[in-house]
Design a protein around this ligand. Structure first.
Ligand code: ARG
Length: 437
């Protein structure tokens, strides 16, 4: 117990905010032990970042969180095959696995598996190498693909037994047929099958890029499938590897509970990704619906009020809502993001309230809500206090801004300069409905 406390202490020192770290530690510990997370490790990470990887996994283990690790060995195998003068062929993105390929692949995958297990044990972390018996397969297409397995059943015995005894299970992507023939499984396919059976709280893909990248090569912080998937898939800059990854993640999450999330990050950023709101990597979730209310009932209004009051740490007047001119309320399914839009000067929409919990911001819910507002209102305006932590973000969303001592007034989609001036005057003179502090 004291050991745990010490690790938590270390964690907090590393991350800064104890509130966030504690919240996530509690959340991750509440899943049944084998269901905390599946971590898929690409072969490239084993080759180039083994130290960061074992350090991050050791850290989780010391917190009492045991991830189920599954690794590939693609780059190593490419090289070994080239060295052996065996040509690597792919068919529909899958490695054609002839007997010759398998004779190189099998010992190589075992070696890679052991190097991870040994790396963990060298850090005092119990780990168990599981090379067989998890993926029961049939031949996917012997003619075209050779010894490639199609997963028929996932057997969790070995995984659960390892976790029960406090050891990190380290799985390869090899399966076998009912007659004992070893078959090669694509690592992403194996991950998906394992995840569908195990149903972990989190799925983590470790990649050297540390996340999905946008047009400028920056990591996209969050993807909400219900709000962003269709748009992302249409972008010309989403290259084929990323398109495939998104498709696979989408397919994977559709069969899992809503709260399941996928994080794509690097080994060195894993701790930060897991224990902070903002994370460090790309978080993908199914996302939640954002509902629009013209005449919100008492319950909806109550949820909006609660969220707004909590996030601003102030109270609204009892009859606050009654005084609004033609209000429209947007509220996310879980009640963690809300917006209230009213009629302002020249009949232009004025964004009167916008609140998103920190946790939901990390999931990209704030950005998703913003998209809904923008799609609905081609032109609108709002204000924010200089000291509000969200103000810098508003600068990125707005087309125009005007800063005074206390407030910044923003507009979006308003072209006419005199009209922007009227918005400024209107925004600065508004009553926000708070009870006096
Ligand atoms: N720590 C939380 C989690 O792992 C949130 C992470 C947010 N990450 C992000 N890339 N936006 O579930």
């Amino acid at each position: 117990m004291t050991e745990i406390r010490q690790v938590v202490h270390e964690l907090l020192e590393q991350l800064g905010s104890s509130k966030e770290a504690r919240q996530y530690l509690k959340e991750f510990s509440s899943a049944s032990q084998a269901r905390f997370a599946v971590v898929k490790v690409g072969g490239g990470i084993l080759r180039d970042h083994l130290d960061e990887l074992t350090s991050a996994l050791a850290f989780l283990h010391r917190l009492g969180l045991i991830p189920v690790v599954l690794h590939g060995a693609g780059p190593q195998l490419d090289k070994a095959l080239a060295d052996a003068d065996i040509e690597t062929q792919r068919c529909d993105g899958l490695r054609v696995t002839t007997k010759a390929v398998m004779s190189v692949a099998r010992p190589l995958i075992y070696r890679e598996n052991l190097s991870l297990v040994e790396g963990l044990e060298a850090r005092g972390v119990r780990a168990r190498s599981i090379q067989h018996g998890v993926f029961l397969c049939s031949h996917l297409d012997t003619q075209r693909l050779g010894l490639v397995g199609q997963v028929e059943q996932v057997e969790l015995h070995a995984v659960e037994s390892a976790v029960r005894s406090g050891a990190v299970p380290v799985l390869t992507c090899l399966g076998e047929s009912s007659s004992g023939q070893v078959l090669n499984i694509n690592a992403d396919v194996a991950t998906r099958e394992l995840v569908w059976t195990l149903r972990p709280h989190k799925v983590i893909f470790l990649s050297p890029t540390g996340g999905l990248l946008d047009r400028q090569g920056r990591v996209i912080s969050a993807v909400s499938l219900s709000n962003d998937y269709a748009t992302l898939m249409q972008q010309p800059w989403v290259h084929s590897g990323m398109r495939l990854k998104l498709q696979q993640i989408n397919e994977m999450l559709q069969r899992l509970p809503d709260k399941t999330s996928v994080s794509i990050t690097s080994a060195s950023q894993l701790t930060r990704e897991l224990f902070t709101y903002r994370g460090a990597g790309t978080l993908v979730r199914k996302g939640e619906a954002i509902e629009v209310f013209h005449n919100p009932d008492a319950n909806t209004l109550g949820r909006v009020r609660k969220l707004v009051e909590e996030s601003f740490a102030r109270s609204l007047q009892d009859d606050w809502f009654k005084h609004l001119d033609d209000p429209l309320v947007l509220l996310s399914e879980t009640g963690r993001a809300a917006a209230v839009i009213v009629r302002g000067v020249d009949g232009l929409p004025y964004l009167d309230k916008f609140s998103v919990t920190s946790e939901a911001q990390g999931e990209g819910l704030g950005a998703a809500m913003w998209q809904v507002i923008k799609a609905r209102f081609p032109a609108f305006y709002w204000r924010s206090r200089n000291t509000n932590p969200i103000t810098p973000w508003y600068f990125q969303q707005a087309d125009s801004s005007n800063r005074s001592d206390l407030w910044v007034v923003f507009t979006s989609g308003i072209e006419d300069a005199p009209q922007r001036e009227r918005c400024l005057v209107s925004a600065l003179s508004r009553d926000s409905g708070w009870t006096p502090a």
